[in-house]
Write a protein that binds this ligand. Structure first.
Ligand SMILES: NC(=O)c1ccc[n+]([C@@H]2O[C@H](COP(=O)([O-])OP(=O)(O)OC[C@H]3O[C@@H](n4cnc5c(N)ncnc54)[C@H](OP(=O)(O)O)[C@@H]3O)[C@@H](O)[C@H]2O)c1
Length: 286
């Protein structure tokens, strides 16, 4: 069984990214809109600042209290859209319940939509023309390509149909290219006989948001397992840690290859976000 670690990939990609940034002649700049005090969100954003600093990308945090109104948030997005100093905009989740996420995402300029969640960019993804591919689906493809895992003709089951992971990923796997040509089944909470489907998968992608949900009874022997999930769990000693959606120990024994959590898709996702900020800087500076 092979452990599909992100490190060898990110090591070479960050080096290339730093070199590409130097040729731009400007410092790519990302503004992260962070609302409230969610610890996981704050931790992730601080990490982005750290990584950005390391590789030559400025990461600014626009931090607001949960009392911010939708109108105020829309005004902020307008200002960021107009600003020559801001190349990329990222809306960090979770958002307060009174904020309409779709409305805010739709207000972000597609040229600054480094998450690739704007309908314009998702539509372009469908048409195979996109500037910004959502970072986690892109990470999954990069992982498979780097480790030379063939997708053509394979049955890929994706558990999870979110707009940010499952749906765009399913479309990417259907492309007529090197990381596509797969037969894709997308499963969700209303799927009946989930295990029967996952057990048929040559490649199983778990993007559910439930710790250790996929167990060994759901895996075909020799399958490749891509674990997108990041779930905070409390250990018996009270300490907090992060695990994926796949019960790693029991599933890895059956699989031919598996991504770890942490150190797998999450690390590559962060790289893709920063790479998209570079792409946005190039686009918005042209
Ligand atoms: N590695 C990264 O960088 C990265 C990036 C993004 C997300 N994530 C992680 O990936 C996970 C999924 O994120 P998300 O934003 O896609 O989550 P999400 O929007 O909550 O979607 C979860 C999906 O899982 C499905 N699901 C829930 N319970 C299920 C069940 N019992 N059986 C089958 N399907 C079930 C849901 O089905 P319904 O549609 O029917 O509700 C939904 O489609 C989370 O752990 C998140 O933290 C990681």
């Amino acid at each position: 069984m092979k452990v599909l670690k992100a490190r060898p990939i990110t090591k070479e990609r960050y080096k290339q990214l730093s070199e590409d940034i130097l040729t731009l002649g400007i410092t790519p700049s990302l503004t992260v809109v962070l609302i409230g005090e969610d610890p996981a969100a704050s931790y992730y954003v601080q990490n982005l600042v750290k990584f950005g600093l390391k590789y030559g990308i400025e990461v600014n945090i626009a931090k607001y209290d949960t009392t911010i109104t939708q109108a105020e948030l829309l005004t902020l997005i307008e200002e960021l859209n107009e600003s020559k100093k801001c190349h990329g905009i990222m809306l960090q989740k979770p958002l307060p319940s009174h904020i309409d996420e779709d409305l805010i995402v739709n207000a972000i300029s597609p040229n600054k939509d480094v998450d690739g969640f704007h309908p314009y960019n998702l539509g372009n993804l469908f048409m195979e023309q996109s500037n910004f591919v959502p970072c986690t689906p892109a990470a999954v493809l990069e992982m498979l390509e780097y480790y030379e895992i063939e997708t053509s003709g394979k049955h890929i089951a994706i558990v999870g149909r979110s707009n940010i992971v499952g749906k765009p990923l399913a479309n990417l796997f259907l492309r007529k290219n090197k990381t596509g040509n797969a037969t894709v089944t997308v499963c969700h909470s209303r799927t009946t006989n989930l295990s029967e489907i996952t057990r048929q998968a040559d490649i199983l992608v778990a993007a559910i948001g439930k710790a250790n949900f996929i167990d060994s009874s759901m895996i075909k022997k020799g399958a490749v397992i891509i674990d997108v999930g990041i779930n905070e769990v409390t250990l018996p000693d009270g300490k907090k840690t992060y695990v994926g959606d796949v019960a790693y120990d029991e599933c890895s024994e059956l699989s031919s290859a598996i991504t770890p959590v942490p150190g797998g898709i999450g690390s590559l996702t962060t790289y893709n976000l920063l790479k998209n900020v570079y792409v946005a800087a190039r686009l918005n500076n042209a």
